[in-house]
Ligand binder design. Sequence first.
Ligand code: NAD
Ligand code: IPM
Ligand code: MN
Length: 372
Amino acid sequence: MASNRNLLVLPGDGIGPEVMNEVRKIISWMGKKRAIGFDIKEDLVGGASLDKHDTPLTDAAMKNALDADAVLFGSVGGPKWDTADFSKKPERGLLRLRKEMDLFANLRPAKVFDALVDASSLKPEIVKGLDIMIIRELTSGVYFGEPRGRQTNAQGEVEAFDTQRYTVGEIRRVCAVAFELARKRKNKVLSSEKANVMHTGVLWREEATKLHKEKYSDVKLEHMYADALAMQLLRQPKEFDVIVTDNLFGDILSDEASMLTGSLGLLPSASLGAPDATGRRKALYEPIHGSAPDIAGKGLANPIAQTLSYAMMLRYSFDLGKDADMVELAVENVLKAGYRTGDLMVGNTQGTKKVGTQEMGDAIVKELDRLA
Ligand code: NAD
Ligand code: IPM
Ligand code: MN
């Protein structure tokens, strides 16, 4: 079906291709039942690309990503490539995509489904109804700061170094995304850094405060050191609405937040660039989990994070909010009906049914059929 929607699919490594296959079922369902078609290209990334092309991302794949309206990404990496040269590690493919597409705002929502309240490692009353949005800066900080590398120092000892670096502009643009989003939610932003020990933290806090005063004083703004936030996220997570933080803290805190919801296998994300003159943004959608080498190839992976990443794509790149709602509702209902992949078989599992990746994907499609 011809459409104006150009989508690049990058399944990647490990469980990436497995969970992507389940999303393909939903894509084809949407095409048939709701006339939502995509012009789909597919390419290799990560270890899969390294094996074939000796690089974790070819220039051709990079160009396809830049030309697409949206990229749907699986996951990269795995022990097979542990010994690969640093510049060729599978993860470099993903980092190149983020950098060259300038995807500076990574939205990582963590929502607790009622049906999974018991799957969280925290008490039900702490997590029931939880709905937070972590906004992680994604194209700067210690992930990209120069200088970085390894050298033998004057004492003859080998040392390695990375640089945490932020410009005023980089801080302001990601904080602006947080304030804008908060206005559509509970109107609260928590900005997090370590201004007590890091220069970048001091600058981050100053700029968040200035921007707030200039343009967003209607939004409630608070600041918290990242270590304290790690603690408060477990103590009283429902206190938070939108959290904005740097690249590394955001990586760590979002994995932590996933455990409030029950599993890493549930959390989607959207990585967005700045809107161009026509209002369109470059965008890449990916689960926050990795390639899960421990369960890859066994049909055990939870496809929900990938499915919800697809729903975020419908919402943020194609203005198909109603269809995104429908996919999210289908996921919620399937969980309500008791379907659980292995990662969700924790806590009280009474009345649940353990299923594999494909059965979970099929159950979601069946539920979409029922909802339609
Ligand atoms: P991981 O997220 O792959 O796995 C952590 C744990 O969570 C594992 O026990 C895994 O089985 C489980 N898990 C993750 N996703 C799951 C799912 N959908 N269903 C059920 N269980 C799930 O993290 P890791 O083990 O630290 O990293 C493995 C590889 O993935 C590394 O090479 C790492 O660099 C890479 N990684 C890639 C991405 C990405 O591509 N965006 C993200 C994180 C890690
Ligand atoms: C993530 C991952 C990546 C990161 C890796 C695979 C580069 O952990 O998306 O959370 O550290 O950003
Ligand atoms: Mn991570």
